[in-house]
Design a binder for this molecule. Structure first.
Ligand SMILES: Nc1ncnc2c1ncn2[C@@H]1O[C@H](COP(=O)(O)OP(=O)(O)OP(=O)(O)O)[C@@H](O)[C@H]1O
Length: 280
């Protein structure tokens, strides 16, 4: 199998945080959602993948190569970080000219087409852009050179549901070409549930899991039951539980759910919440 990103035993230490021996692999032609609470280490991992910060140890291959020694690789990676990356006074038409000098494969016509698709004014300084406009501009840039891999740090945060859906469709279009892949972090787990093939979950700097979304969603059931019913289930099969005045709810391995109990399929958000609760 070809991998767009392959990370082995990646570590990075800050005074109050350690990214601890993280390993994951994104198969080419697929979308991986990178989830975790605030401060879990998502942006740190993304910056390490892009070699924007120095790693303490570990191996990272991007499309089979090491970004530190293969400058040309940057031509094929489209990046969108959380914060806007363009100087305030630049206008999209100037960004078009600058990018044509940065990327050999820059496609001015495609960039202008994205400006018009996203209804972005080409002659307005980016400091006058709303957050959503800034995000769309970054995505237009990421898609206007020969990107085979998009690395996106919270690309849909702060966007309204209509624009978010447009972007999700755009991302799905992008990976129709099977040599294209996307690695994106987000707190909007419903967005990830719509488009991702794989989910990687980081918690306190450690990777808790990285697996196909469908396998993950099918592994568990949400069980609403009495305390006695829950006691009857082997605790080794209970990923997490929550008690309230209205009863008990637990995330249980599908095979271990006794017949006759009311169950629901969990969402990724349910799985994340229960796993973190259990960890803490
Ligand atoms: N340059 C730095 N120096 C020291 N600590 C840092 C630095 N950059 C990040 N950290 C710490 O690393 C931890 C992980 O931060 P990171 O930005 O990777 O989290 P995140 O998962 O992206 O969070 P969020 O969802 O809030 O964006 C945090 O505790 C943060 O304070």
């Amino acid at each position: 199998m070809n991998y767009a990103i392959e990370i082995q035993n990646l570590s990075k230490h800050y005074p109050n945080f350690t990214l601890d021996n993280l390993s994951l692999a994104l198969p080419s032609g697929s979308i991986m959602g990178f989830i975790g609470e605030n401060g879990a280490g998502k942006s740190t991992t993304i910056k390490l993948i892009l070699d924007l910060i120095h790693r303490d140890s570990g191996e990272i291959q991007v499309m089979g190569q090491d970004l530190r020694t293969c400058e040309d690789l940057k031509e094929h990676i489209g990046v969108v970080m959380d914060e806007s990356s363009f100087p305030d006074n630049l206008r999209p038409r100037e960004i078009n000219t600058i990018m044509a000098n940065c990327y050999k494969t820059w496609d001015s016509a495609r960039f202008n087409a994205y400006l018009s698709t996203f209804s972005l004014p080409s002659n307005q300084p980016v400091k006058e852009f709303s957050r959503g406009m800034g995000m769309k501009l970054s995505i237009a840039v990421a898609l206007s050179h020969d990107s085979k891999l998009l690395i996106l740090d919270e690309p849909t945060s702060g966007l309204d549901p209509i624009v978010r859906n447009e972007l999700l469709d755009l991302f799905l279009d992008f990976i129709q070409d099977e040599s294209h892949s996307i690695f994106l972090s987000s707190h909007i787990l419903s967005d990830l549930e719509k488009i991702c093939d794989y989910i990687a979950f980081i918690h306190g700097g450690k990777l808790l899991f990285c697996e196909p979304k469908d396998v993950l969603l099918d592994r568990y059931r949400l069980v609403k039951c009495s305390e006695d019913d829950l006691q009857a289930i082997d605790s080794a099969f209970v990923a997490g539980k929550r008690r309230s005045a209205f009863g008990t709810e637990a995330l249980v391995l599908k095979e271990a759910v006794p017949g006759g109990l009311v169950t629901d399929r969990p969402t990724i958000e349910d799985i994340m919440l229960y796993c973190v609760k259990e960890e803490d």
